[in-house]
Design a protein around this ligand. Structure first.
Ligand code: KG4
Ligand code: ZN
Length: 338
């Protein structure tokens, strides 16, 4: 029987997600966002694990229902092993273990960062999958990496942030502007209406393929404080231009490093993943790089870029094919590389 049905569970941070895949096709992809954190200006780990506890059963039920699949039809259960918040990871892994024991089907442990990269292998109409080797730029609230992807499970991090992740750069800048958390999508929205060259912020000097984003928020903070002395309404009157300029600065930092990575590796296939790859400026700039630099770029569907369980499912499917199963002794890991 060549039909493999995988239930995938993702609970590494503040989204409780479940998906059902039939081979490499997504039958359902359900995410429950935890809005509780917005009022605190960031994810509160204790509240995240409690919300996962509340959400996990209804989210999994919804995923099975939407896929029109019964538990008995499942071939395996995939879950996020890490990296992430321990209290959040434990909810997903405990549930996955219990279900795999109860149904007597294999358990598949998935690395969340590998999943952001391998999300490109989800079968979608009209979507061309990357071929190996390619470069992956993973940009999220917790990570900023350039990864050389040689094969499904052969990946090398060739550059990463030395301080803040790019999502944090967006969110912290937004906070300085008085925008609610998470500010990334709002910066994107206002940036579309403003002049990206209106204001200039210095770019960090980091050698090689590594990144630094912590200087940007300080630069913005001082800039805003100074401008507010001259005009207390400076932010309100220039919000679009400020957002466009911040986004422009971040995109230039990312593009400079990508260009260097292409030069150093000779690989011109670029795939992006992680929540920040939803950014419209990044998407347009990468698309334009195809004709500008001769790159081939892979930009997944929005729902597969932010945290989701379909990406966990596609990695699970690859592991299923190679019978790479785990026992119920497998442990969650807050920090893991590949
Ligand atoms: O991958 P993700 O959903 O969760 C993590 O694993 O971190 O990424 C969330 C991050 C947040 O920092 C959020 O502000 C940012 O992605 N983000 C965006 C956009 N959409 C989400 N940043 C800039 N522009 C966007 N359109
Ligand atoms: Zn993520």
């Amino acid at each position: 029987n060549s039909e493999v049905f995988i239930l995938a569970i993702e609970s590494s941070c503040d989204d409780t997600a479940a998906a059902v895949l039939k081979n490499d096709q997504v039958l359902s992809n359900v995410v429950a966002n935890q809005l509780i954190h917005n009022q605190y200006g960031g994810v509160v780990p204790e509240l995240a694990s409690r919300a996962h506890q509340q959400n996990i059963v209804p989210v999994i039920d919804a995923a099975l229902r939407k896929a029109n699949i019964t538990k008995e039809q499942l071939s395996a259960i995939a879950f996020t092993q890490g990296p992430g918040l321990m209290g959040s990871l434990l909810v997903g892994s405990s549930f996955a273990k219990s279900l795999s024991l109860a149904l007597q089907i294999p358990l598949l442990a998935v690395n969340h960062m590998q999943a952001h990269i391998l999300a490109h292998f989800i079968a979608e109409e009209g979507y061309n999958k990357p071929t190996f080797p390619f470069l992956a730029l993973t940009i999220s609230g917790g990570h900023t990496q350039i990864v050389k992807v040689n094969d499904f499970f052969d990946m090398e991090i060739i550059g990463e942030t030395t301080d803040d992740a790019v999502g944090e750069a967006f969110d912290k800048s937004a906070k300085i502007l008085g925008l609610p958390y998470p500010g990334g999508p709002l910066v994107d929205k206002y940036a579309q209406l403003g002049d990206p060259k209106a204001f200039e912020f210095t770019k960090p000097k980091v050698p090689g393929l590594d990144f630094s984003f912590s200087g940007l928020k300080t630069a913005i903070l001082y800039f805003i404080q100074k401008k507010k002395l001259e005009n207390p309404n400076f932010v309100e009157e220039n919000l679009n231009a400020i957002c466009a300029s911040i986004q422009h600065n971040i995109i230039e930092i990312l593009m400079d490093k990508l260009k260097l990575a292409v030069k150093e590796t000779g690989i011109k296939q670029i795939a992006i993943g992680g929540g920040v790859s939803a950014n419209s400026g990044i998407r347009t700039t990468l698309k334009a790089a195809e004709s500008k630099y001769g790159w081939t770029t892979y930009i997944p569907k929005f729902e597969y870029t932010t945290d989701n369980a379909a990406m966990i499912g596609i990695v699970g499917y690859q592991k299923f094919l190679s019978q790479n199963f785990e026992t119920s002794a497998v442990v969650s890991k807050a920090r893991i590389q590949f």
